[in-house]
Write a protein that binds this ligand. Sequence first.
Ligand code: KIV
Length: 282
Amino acid sequence: MQTTPRRVTIQTLRQMKERGERIAMLTAYDATFARLLDEAGADVLLVGDSLGMVVQGHETTLPVTLDEIAYHCRAVARGARRAHVVGDMPFMSYQASIEQGMTSAGKLMKEGNCHSVKLEGGAVHAELVSRLVGAGIPVMGHIGLTPQSFHQLGGFKVQGRDPGGRERLLADARTLEEAGAYAIVLEAIPADIAREISAAVSVPTIGIGAGAGCDGQVLVVYDMLGMDESFKPRFVRRYETLGATIKGAVAHYVADVRSGAFPSDAESFTVAENKAAPAHVE
Ligand code: KIV
C-alpha cells in the first residue's frame, strides 16, 4: 500500500534551517512535473511567474496574470504530495494597495490550492506581509534582483554591488523577517552578502545566483534540465540537456511516422482481442 508522505510545511523549513539541512526548491508549472519533482525529493515547488518566460514565451514576467498563476497552482497542487507549494504573486496583483494584495493572495490560496504565496520586494511591502500573515497566509519574500522591476532595474542585473547595497539588502531581509515572512528568496546578489543575510535572519534564505551560503537553493526547472540550449547564465547548473533529448526523440518519431515504422502491429488493436476481452487502451 502506498503511504502519503508527510507534507513539508513552513515549520519543516524552519527546522531544516535550524538543523543546517539545505532546502531544495524548484519551479513547477504543471501536475506531471510537480509529481516528478516531488517524487525526486524537492522540498518546495514554486509556481513562479517565470512561467511567463519559459511556458508562455514572453521576454519578461510582467504580462503574467493572477488567473494564470492560479490555474498553474491548481495543476501543481494536484501533482505534489509531499512538497510545499508556493504561488507567486504576479506583477501588479499586490503593488496597488494592501487590499489588492490581500485579495490576490486569498485567490491563490483558495482557488490555486497553494500553501503559501511569494511576493517581490523588501521593506516597501512589510505592512502587506504582516497583514497576510495575520490572515493566516504564509509569505515568502524575494529581494535582490526582482524581475517584476525589470524596467526599473534596467534589466536582469546583479544587485547589491552599489554603495549601500549590502546595508539595504540586510535591512530588507530583517524587515521581512520582522513582518512575519517564513522564508526569503535572495536573487542575483554577491555570495558574501547572501551569506551575511542568511546568518543575520532566523528564517531560511533560498538563493538563486546568490552563492552557497544560503539555507537553500532554487532554480527554474526548465533551466536546470537544459530545455533551452541557448540559455545558460552563470548561476544555472544544467543537470540534463533535455532540449536536445526531446528534439532527438521527436525527430525519431517524425521519421517513423513518415516511413510507416510507427505504429507496429503490437501497438495496434485487433477485432479478435476485443471479442476475447474488452479492449483496454493501456
Ligand atoms: O518566478 C520565479 O521562477 C522565481 C524564482 C526564480 C525565484 O521567482
